[in-house]
Design a protein around this ligand. Structure first.
Ligand SMILES: *Cc1c(COP(=O)(O)O)cnc(C)c1O
Length: 353
């Protein structure tokens, strides 16, 4: 097999520009808003799609010392950048192999059920975290299980729960807070943690010792309490592969869903739904060229999107168009969540910081 000389591989026509200063500033803001609690960082799913290798060193330099991933398979990449004792794995030990790996790697499993508690103890135990369900009914021990003697045998670093509706004014928040108060009374741990990004905005009662922001680190604004305090981090860009001139009546793309009503100049951009630019963006003016907003014409293809260049006369082949990826606005425009907008961004984007 011949290896491709890497120096000959041309750069990607897709870039994801990451603003390191904004990322660091967002962590500092969330840490400050957490009061005496420390802010950690949820870096699961490749740091919400932005790239663990780009994100984690920036957050570590800003002062972050607590990291959360979901899958065991996400641990090795994270351990290239941070010490194992700072890492917690949210899905917990679902198998004996998971427990053995946690002990060998020196990372903490988050125990989510009595079988996970038993499995961890059988494997020899050691520092762990404990997730208690206070109403989201996703992962976590039931409140009724907290009296089990096996829990007293655990070496719990962080005892946590997760809010279901922190991004809303909901009575569920105070209900979960009250239940978590009982958890704090009933479970011995070094630290307690309840708040995600939106939970930080709910105020000091929700902060405990450690907060676990994710989306807001990366520029998401999940609650109005954080509005104006969070900076945009991710800016996708795509280059123009070809410029075409359409005559009135000509049609664009699969199933001809767009028909030109006048002669127009259009650009074929090297980005499609395989890159996370889903078909819900059809017809939206999400592209930017020197401050002008440019609409998407017709269906989005797997690797290509056609853009109206009528207002971008000087934009030509090889030029870069920006996506307006201001997350709250882009979510409202696309119908996707801010979380989906980030985690969708595909591997063909060259992540650059
Ligand atoms: C993903 C996750 C977070 C971060 O949530 P955001 O809403 O992105 O701030 C915090 N805690 C747990 C348990 C999570 O799974």
């Amino acid at each position: 097999m011949l290896a491709e000389p890497p120096s000959l591989l041309p750069p990607s026509p897709l870039r994801l520009r990451l603003d390191r200063d904004a990322l660091a500033a967002n962590w500092r803001t969330l840490d400050r808003l957490s009061g005496p609690a420390a802010a950690g960082a949820a870096v699961k799913a490749n740091a919400y799609g932005l790239g663990t290798a780009h994100v984690v060193p920036v957050l570590a330099a800003a002062g972050c010392r607590n990291w959360f991933v979901a899958h065991w398979q996400e641990v090795p990449e994270l351990l290239r950048h941070v010490p194992p004792a700072q890492v917690a794995v949210l899905h917990g030990p679902g198998t004996d192999a998971d427990a053995a790996y946690a002990r060998a790697a020196g990372v903490r499993p988050v125990l989510n059920s009595m079988p996970q508690v038993q499995r961890w103890l059988s494997a020899g135990g050691g520092p762990c975290d404990l997730m208690v369900d206070t109403g989201i009914n996703r992962l976590g021990l039931a409140m009724s299980e907290l009296g089990d003697p096996a829990i007293g045998l655990l070496e719990i670093d962080c005892c946590m729960s997760h809010l279901a509706s922190a991004d809303e004014q909901s009575t569920q928040n105070s209900l979960q807070l009250a239940r978590f108060g009982e958890v704090v009374q009933g479970v011995t741990a070094k630290r307690y943690s309840l708040a995600n990004s939106a939970g930080i905005g709910l105020g000091a009662d929700f902060h405990f010792a450690l907060t676990r922001p994710g989306i807001a680190l990366y520029g998401g604004v999940p609650t109005s309490a954080l509005a104006g305090r969070i900076a945009q981090v991710a800016r996708p860009q795509a280059s123009v592969l070809q410029v075409r001139s359409l005559a009135a009546g000509e049609q664009v793309g699969y199933n001809a869903t767009f028909t030109a009503s006048r002669p127009m100049r259009v650009g074929v951009v090297a980005m499609g739904y395989a890159d996370g630019f889903l078909r819900c963006w059809a017809g939206k003016d999400v592209f930017l060229w020197q401050g002008e907003r440019l609409p998407v014409l017709g269906r989005i293809s797997m690797d290509m999107t056609v853009v109206d260049l009528s207002r971008a006369h000087d934009c030509g082949e090889g030029d870069w168009l920006m996506l307006d990826y201001t997350l709250p606005e882009a979510a409202a425009e696309s119908g996707l969540s801010q979380y989906e907008l980030l985690t969708l961004l595909g591997i063909r984007f060259a992540r650059q910081s």
